[in-house]
Design a protein around this ligand. Structure first.
Ligand SMILES: Nc1nc2c(c(=O)[nH]1)N[C@H]1C(S)=C(S)[C@@H](COP(=O)(O)O)O[C@H]1N2
Ligand SMILES: [Mo]
Length: 362
């Protein structure tokens, strides 16, 4: 794969890094209710596996289970209920580009998020069939991708979930995306999809799920990876590693997908986008066209299923020609609203500040 275009089969993505491949989707290309495969972002921590062929691929389920199991993809299809769900994956570092002082890592702006339709079997069903032993506290996910160093003993990423989360019913071991094979960069032929939690939980090129009697300590589970300070810290603070905790659900957030930032607009236009809040639903989306001075409610759809983002739209009119910004803010089912400003953390995770789109009207 190294010599091929990393964005083959993708359309309009912005490449942030080519080794490992990281590419985000400009918000105006996320306008569809269901994100087409060619618009789904890519976040790799290592290099593509040697093969992404379904033939011969196996998934091992072991660790503290009654019966360790090994499945081909055909076995999974035959032995478990196959379900299709629209599920939102957002990278924990989406919005990192806006931290001040800056945080190192991929400078994601808005587009490390997508909501495709995933087909697979429930993680819960697969774990229950193996028999989850009473001492299990955490899962460990293993993939076939290759560490940047080329060292076969190192994994680029191996993360896990608290067992209670792993046993919820909308986490999929997926072998299809939008009705076709997974895109190689999105984890073909088999991946986890854990909606609403940091994208890193959704192991791609999945080969093994191990049940552990302690919190997983695989690659990027420890240190400052996908972890944030346990308490609010001042911008630029030097936080000792022992004060970091593992990120869990992603916060309430929304995106304006039409019009595009910088677009020309008439005095009246529809504004639309999506909103989501990990493990929760969104109860309201509001729009401001006067820099937050006044707000009005957008029309908000229910999610098509638990774990999918919600679509919203509003008709806005501007009093006269000129430059405006459209701001969107979502409020979730627990009454938590998107903030105006970033609660800074050293690695630039969980930025859910309001999306602002500039418009030239008239
Ligand atoms: N095996 C493996 N799985 C992985 C990763 C990885 O580097 N290797 N990256 C994770 C991260 S950090 C994110 S945000 C999601 C992104 O999924 P996508 O590339 O399909 O958009 O995949 C996750 N799964
Ligand atoms: Mo991520």
């Amino acid at each position: 794969f190294a010599s091929e275009n990393p964005l083959d089969g993708k359309l309009g993505l912005t490449l942030l890094n080519d080794r490992p491949v990281n590419a985000e989707t400009p918000p105006e290309f996320l306008d569809d209710a269901i994100t087409p495969t060619d618009r789904h972002f890519i976040r790799n921590n290592g290099l593509m596996p040697d093969t992404t062929a379904a033939e011969g691929w196996t998934l091992t389920v072991d660790g503290f289970v009654d019966t360790p199991m090994e499945y081909s993809i055909a076995d999974l299809r035959e032995q478990f209920e196959v379900v299709t769900l629209a599920l939102t994956i957002e990278c924990g570092g989406n919005g990192r580009a806006f931290f001040e002082p800056p945080a190192s890592g991929n400078q994601w702006t808005y587009g490390a998020v997508g909501c495709s339709e995933w087909t697979g079997v429930r993680l819960r069903d697969v774990l229950e069939k193996a028999g989850v032993q009473s001492n299990v506290v955490y899962t460990a996910h293993h993939g076939a991708d290759i560490h940047l160093s080329g060292d076969a003993d190192k994994a680029p990423l191996s993360r896990g979930l608290p067992i209670d989360k792993a046993l919820t019913d909308n986490i999929l071991i997926a072998f299809q995306m939008n009705g076709s094979d997974l895109h190689p960069m999105n984890g073909a032929p088999l991946r986890l999809v854990v909606p609403g939690w940091p994208g890193s939980c959704s192991q791609k090129w999945l080969t093994r799920i191990e049940l552990r009697d302690q919190v997983h300590d695989g690659a990027k589970m420890t240190g400052t990876s996908y972890r944030v300070p346990a308490f609010p810290v001042a911008p630029g603070a030097d936080v000792p590693e022992e004060d970091f905790v593992i990120m869990e659900r992603m916060p309430v957030k929304s995106l304006v997908t039409f019009p595009a930032n910088g677009a020309a607009s008439g005095l009246e236009t529809e504004v639309r986008g999506h909103a989501w809040s990990g493990d929760r639903s969104v109860s309201a989306v509001e729009i401001s066209t006067d820099f937050g001075a006044t707000w009005s409610a957008a029309d908000l759809d229910d999610p098509v299923n638990d774990g999918a983002w919600q679509n919203w739209r509003a008709n806005v009119s501007f009093p006269q020609a000129g430059y405006y910004e459209v701001w969107a803010r979502a409020t979730d089912s627990e009454g938590v609203m998107q903030p105006f400003a970033i609660d800074w953390n050293p690695k630039g995770y969980l930025n859910n500040t309001m999306h602002r789109v500039g418009l030239q009207v008239g």
